[in-house]
Design a protein. Structure first.
Length: 181
């Protein structure tokens, strides 16, 4: 049975608050990428996002409206979609787990981020969850399911004992699919 998520607002501007593994500037950047993706799909601040999979429910997405400079900066659709998905997935994973991003993963590890407790006194941190994120600008349920399957197939090829979470963010509806093992 799927656990419900609390009815929450995911405020993209919160990503500008320092986290152990995300600088203020990068947090602002991924929030801007998400803004461009959401507005490209004709969503406005306060849009409802369905969450399904391991956790179910609805979150409200909040952001500051984008401008022409932001759209020009994130004109590369693939880059904007990837980084915009990071923004939403990080906030959603924090809501679900209660942990935060403590480190960006290196290429080749098949994950994007390590999540753990935000406690600098205990650094080096104790990793809690491996987080893999992917984004789709506009897709259907079949595209979301295919992307989820692709990510889990890559993760099962790794040798690691810590739990993993995969989040697929689709901007068209919008919807996020969350799976955790």
């Amino acid at each position: 049975m799927c656990d419900p998520i609390p009815d929450e607002v995911l405020d993209l501007q919160c990503l500008a608050n320092d986290r152990p593994g995300i600088t203020r500037a990068w947090g602002e950047g991924i929030a801007q990428a998400a803004t461009v993706c959401l507005e490209d799909q004709r969503h406005s601040p306060g849009a409802a996002m369905s969450v399904r999979g391991h956790r179910t429910g609805t979150c409200r997405l909040d952001w500051q409206e984008g401008d022409d400079q932001m759209r020009r900066c994130f004109n590369d659709s693939g880059y904007a979609t990837e980084h915009g998905a990071y923004a939403i997935a990080i906030l959603l994973a924090e809501l679900i787990t209660g942990w935060t991003v403590v480190e960006r993963s290196e290429k080749g590890t098949h994950i994007d981020f390590w999540m753990g407790e935000d406690n600098e006194e205990e650094l080096p941190f104790t990793n809690k969850v491996r987080l893999e994120v992917t984004g789709i600008r506009h897709g259907d349920d079949a595209a979301i399911a295919a992307r989820m399957k692709e990510k889990w197939t890559r993760l099962t090829g790794t040798v690691h004992s810590l739990p993993a979470m995969v989040i697929v963010v689709e901007f068209g509806l919008p919807v996020s699919e969350v799976q955790q093992k």
